[in-house]
Ligand binder design. Structure first.
Ligand code: F0G
Length: 355
């Protein structure tokens, strides 16, 4: 068996990899597509989860970032920069560390999950918190990188999309075909754009016959694509997708219209319900934004808009460990401490079981 280190090697012929492109890798990609028997049964559809939380920095961003950083190195860049709700900054920081580049990240102050902030700092990025949201941060980064010798590594960098499309390849490789429906959370809209590109390329190469319907889900308080207009003050518990003016909105709308798909919104409560169901019924811990894909599917199913047995691949974009505060807050309390004796533990267990 040939083992590939990462996506640049594994999907080299589908990517803008030249003989001068360094094959950087932290073993990103090759994430599992996990069948979910319990939720499939409950919902009456065939559910699979593309668990991108198992990438090296815990999110799908690694696929795009390895490509963007490799091309930055190939082109002689010494510094990369991005705006981020957290995951992009973690991935940029890790791959910059690997490639020996300087990394500068702009984040919205107070609205990034703790794990993501810890990662960016640990990997040695220069982290700048602004008193503004992601959209404002991205605007600033675009302006600065346009006039400075700094490579922009947000998903408006086309190499990001190239890398991220490989997740669509992997889903097709795992199923032997494209799923009926691809459900995905949408924030800045790069990832839905990337998946659609990936599916179309696989079809054009004759590796799959049919294409999925692309179903994108935004948080209700940050749903510019559903509303059809920019949201100037986006709000959601799913901070990863707290975005009001998606840079790749054209790509997202094209994916939805060409695939006969849809874009819909889910409330924070629906997101948290799906987030808990995934953990409690399937043993899969994702971050809140990721659960928007399942939340959307649950909503559509309840509305009678999904056919029985439809084969659905839900993208779980990031790892639950990124944002532990949300999980703890949902339980409402930390575990209560008791004396360190067998008797105390026994009576605690008995009490819990209602004995
Ligand atoms: N899920 C997670 C966990 C994310 O971090 C993001 C985006 C998305 C979904 C949405 O993907 O933007 O391609 O539509 N996070 C970016 C960041 C904005 O800065 O980490 P998208």
């Amino acid at each position: 068996i040939k083992r590939h280190t990462g996506i640049l090697e594994r999907y080299r012929s589908f990517l803008p990899v030249t003989e001068n492109t360094p094959l950087i890798s932290l073993h990103e990609g090759s994430t599992p597509l996990i069948h979910a028997p319990n939720l499939s049964e409950r919902l009456g559809v065939e559910l699979h989860f593309k668990y991108e939380g198992l990438n090296p920095t815990g999110s799908f961003k690694d696929r795009g970032m390895v490509m963007a950083v490799a091309k930055a190195v190939e082109e002689g860049s010494r510094t990369i920069m991005c705006a981020s709700t957290g995951n992009t900054s973690a991935a940029a920081a890790a791959y910059a560390a690997r490639a020996g580049l300087r990394c500068i990240v702009l984040i919205p102050n107070g609205n990034i999950a703790l794990g993501k902030l810890a990662q960016a700092i640990a990997y040695g990025a220069e982290v700048i918190a602004i008193d503004g949201n992601f959209d404002e941060a991205l605007q600033i980064v675009r302006e600065i990188t346009a006039s400075q010798p700094i490579t922009l590594v947000n998903s408006v960098n086309p190499y990001r999309i190239e890398g991220q499309k490989t997740a669509a390849f992997e889903i097709c490789d795992a199923l032997g075909k494209a799923p009926d429906i691809l459900a995905i959370p949408v924030g800045n809209a790069g990832n839905i754009t990337a998946y659609w590109k990936g599916f179309k390329e696989y079809r054009d190469f004759g590796l799959i016959d049919s294409l999925p319907n692309m179903y994108g889900f935004q948080a209700a308080g940050a749903a510019p694509l559903v509303l059809g207009e920019t949201v100037s003050n986006p709000e959601t518990i799913a901070t990863a997708i707290r975005i009001g003016n998606p840079a790749s909105k054209e790509g997202a709308l094209q994916a939805v219209s060409e695939s006969n798909g849809l874009v819909d919104s889910v409330t924070d409560n629906e997101i948290l319900e799906a987030y808990q169901m995934l953990a409690k019924h399937e043993g899969i811990f994702c971050e809140p934004a990721s659960a928007a894909s399942l939340a959307g599917i649950i909503k559509l199913r309840r509305q009678g808009k999904l056919s029985d047995g439809a084969q659905i691949a839900c993208v779980l974009t990031g790892n639950g460990l990124k944002d532990p505060n949300i999980a703890l807050k949902l339980v409402g309390e930390e575990p209560r401490s008791i004396p360190a004796t067998r008797e105390a533990v026994m009576s605690f267990i008995a009490e819990k079981a209602g004995m």
